[in-house]
Design a protein around this ligand. Sequence first.
Ligand code: GLA
Length: 393
Amino acid sequence: MNKEQLGQEFHKQFHCDFECIFFAPGRINLIGEHTDYNGGHVFPCSITYGTYALTRRRQDNFVKLYSMNFPQKGKIEFDLDSLEYDEKHDWANYPKGMLSFIKEKGYELSRGFDVLFYGNIPNGAGLSSSASIEMVTAILIDHLFRLNIPRIELVKIGQRVENDFIGVKSGIMDQFAIGMGKKEFGILLDCQTLNYEYAPIELKEHRIIIMNTNKRRELANSKYNERRSECEEALAHFKKVLPIRSLGELTVDQFDYYQHVLKSNTLKNRARHAVYENHRTLKALQALKGKDLKTFGQLMSESHLSLKHDYEVTGKELDALVEAAWLQDGVVGARMTGAGFGGCAIAIVEVENVSSFIERVGEKYEKEIGYSAEFYVASIGDGARDITNEVRV
Ligand code: GLA
């Protein structure tokens, strides 16, 4: 889909030309899973797949939204004075939530507008299509109303929409990666302080392959919220013996020494993952800086095992993909990425092995699971931005 085709679609829907066009990517997380809401570190990057939003200001107070990904839902309309959650509005609750919370912060939204959305992130794949819609809406509103809201503020509002408007108690990783992403760089983010650093991803003769299980992420949100509350419970027990604010503050030795305060094995397993994964993420950054891709890959694989056995968020589809990936020539590491319970995994693979990798992992997966997986070569792109004057989109 190019700019011209998107422009034509805008015209067809709204009977006028668009004024500006914005883009927000999706994301993959290299390592540091389920650590963000535990005050630990994550290491995501934004990809070149994402969501486009074309817009034009209106004279009245109405907002009209249309998504080319959900044509059956038609145009969704509301006015700027009725911004509450509405189940009927389905996907449009993400942009609506952004409007609602930006307005609630005291920013003035003076008149309505039309938006056409188009996303090329594979559907339901756990590559953060919802945070992508939130962040593309965030920069669109910021631009249309000349609000000059700091980017980090928009990132935080995006997370709040997910937590308090949609009801998924997610951390800040997705909105941060999408809002702050940088071409060819990963972002090491400390989710407790929001200090971050960009680290170049120089893979030279390797590629990052995204492997989509094509599994529907049923119950993913309720299981996600359940993991989060298990971690909160574990933290409450540790707080009785240690002056900490989050599991991310525990060292591995402290965890090993004090884990007896957790009475159930489930809580021990969940907290062990959160603590060890946080430290793996820091080690992975050091490995990358030292150009030690082998260690980086090993840490990715350890991360997957911990998510499988201790955190229990992988499931047979993600395990089948990752375990098949580990067996292939030229693979330095593979793991699930994102929340889990279906969605995508990633693998770092030598360029010359990429096609045989895709073929063999694909075959093995289909045989075991009964339907096929999909594979994409990932490119690390820039974060959310105005692309009105970019020639190629
Ligand atoms: C989802 C959430 C993130 C993060 C990951 C797991 O993507 O939105 O905040 O918790 O799962 O690492």
